[in-house]
Write a new protein. Structure first.
Length: 392
């Protein structure tokens, strides 16, 4: 990791704020006082459907795509080294995610107390999950980044997105089995997870109708195809903002390229994406677990609407101060994600159990989540005041 003291310019504050809102909400939904007492909007949908919580992950990927557009716009030429830079960053993000899974790098409880520590350590390694949130982001970033560098033009990128979503959906349809290609038991994605990674390295958090755990990884390798489409949606919006800014600077009479014109276009694109998602959901269910094509468009539509709303109030109307907290949260988003995982995995083995103090009901459970988000904000605030941005 490297440090830089350059803080994002005011022109792009709305993107930092959207990223910060996403990080803050992530801290809240991932860290309740008790998993038995959660308000419904702060829970994930069981399989199909989408709650506000299910928008956190795609919002983060959408922001990655937007930031990618600003980063790529600074490159006048594209070479093999540029592609390798994208691949290297994606692999580093994947590695950080894997290290988060392994932290604190030794078993905090022994599988077999009568066996040696070495035997328990080998068993622990043999049962650690390989994929996860950052791993999916890393894979999606590599795919989306290489496509964006290769095709460059928005029209070609949209065609590539259509191809990716079609190929992914066809794989599910052709190789799916009973009770259906989009179900927990019948989808091919989980079978690919087990075939590539082994049953012991796959997530077992979903249960079938009989209550038995099913090996299926919601961040598995196959879903990275559609995960890349979410990042590419962000890339397209970011590119549109950049192109519009350049055109408006050279010709202020171009209303469609003015700041309010950009906001309007972003909101219209968001509504169109939501409409297409609802139509597509007639045949392909909106499913975060599968990261289905309809889910890409549905979550992407809400991300566009949210960004358009923030651009209007921050970049057009100039109301930046009310969003300062989220601006700070968004300047070191990857650090916030890693720190939240490290904190929980550090104090839990030390005996701290938040449910003991905050697990009585939904209100106290939410109170702890807000306290946790404030702790992460304090860390982010220190980095922000020192003008430190940690990035890969």
């Amino acid at each position: 990791m490297s440090n830089t003291s350059t803080v994002t310019s005011k022109r792009y504050v709305s993107l930092d704020v959207l990223r910060g809102l996403t990080v803050a909400f992530m801290c809240i939904v991932n860290n309740p006082g008790s998993w038995s007492h959660i308000f419904p909007p702060l829970e994930h949908a069981g399989w199909n459907g989408c709650t506000p919580t299910d928008l956190v992950y795609p919002f983060f990927l959408f922001c990655v795509g937007c930031a990618m557009a600003f980063s790529f716009s600074k490159r006048e030429t594209v070479s093999k080294a540029t592609y390798w830079t994208v691949i290297r960053r994606g692999l580093l993000i994947f590695l950080v995610g894997l290290l988060c899974n392994l932290y604190p790098f030794f078993p905090t409880s022994l599988h077999d107390p009568s066996a040696s520590f070495g035997s328990n350590y080998v068993y622990w390694l043999a049962h650690k999950r390989i994929f996860g949130v950052l791993q999916r982001i890393g894979c999606s970033y590599m795919i989306a980044g290489c496509i964006a560098l290769w095709l460059r033009r928005p029209g070609k990128i949209m065609i590539a997105m259509g191809v990716l979503m079609t190929v992914y959906t066809l794989i599910l349809l052709i190789f799916g089995s009973d009770p259906g290609p989009f179900t927990l038991e019948g989808n091919i994605s989980g079978k690919i997870d087990v075939a590539l990674l082994g049953d012991n390295h796959v997530y077992h958090g979903y249960s079938n109708a009989d209550g038995n755990a099913v090996a299926f990884d919601p961040e598995g390798p196959l879903g990275s195809l559609t995960g890349a489409c979410t990042a590419l949606l962000g890339y397209l919006i970011g590119s549109m903002i950049i192109r519009s800014g350049k055109r408006y600077s050279s010709d202020p009479s171009m209303i469609e390229s003015s700041p309010i014109g950009v906001v309007s276009r972003t909101m219209v694109y968001g509504c169109l994406s939501l409409g297409l998602a609802m139509i597509l959901s007639i045949w392909i269910p909106i499913s975060k677990a599968l990261w289905s094509a309809s889910y890409v468009l549905y979550a992407g539509g809400w991300a566009m609407l949210a960004l358009g709303f923030l651009m209007y109030w921050i970049d057009v109307r100039g109301y930046e101060k009310p969003f300062t907290v989220f601006k700070i949260m968004g300047t070191n988003a990857l650090t916030a994600f890693v720190m939240s995982a490290v904190l929980v995995k550090t104090w839990s083995p030390l005996g701290f159990n938040q449910a003991k103090w905050f697990g009585a009901n939904e209100y106290t459970s939410l109170l702890w989540a807000l306290i946790f988000a404030f702790i992460i904000f304090c860390i982010q605030w220190v980095l922000y005041k020192k003008k430190i941005i940690i990035k890969l």
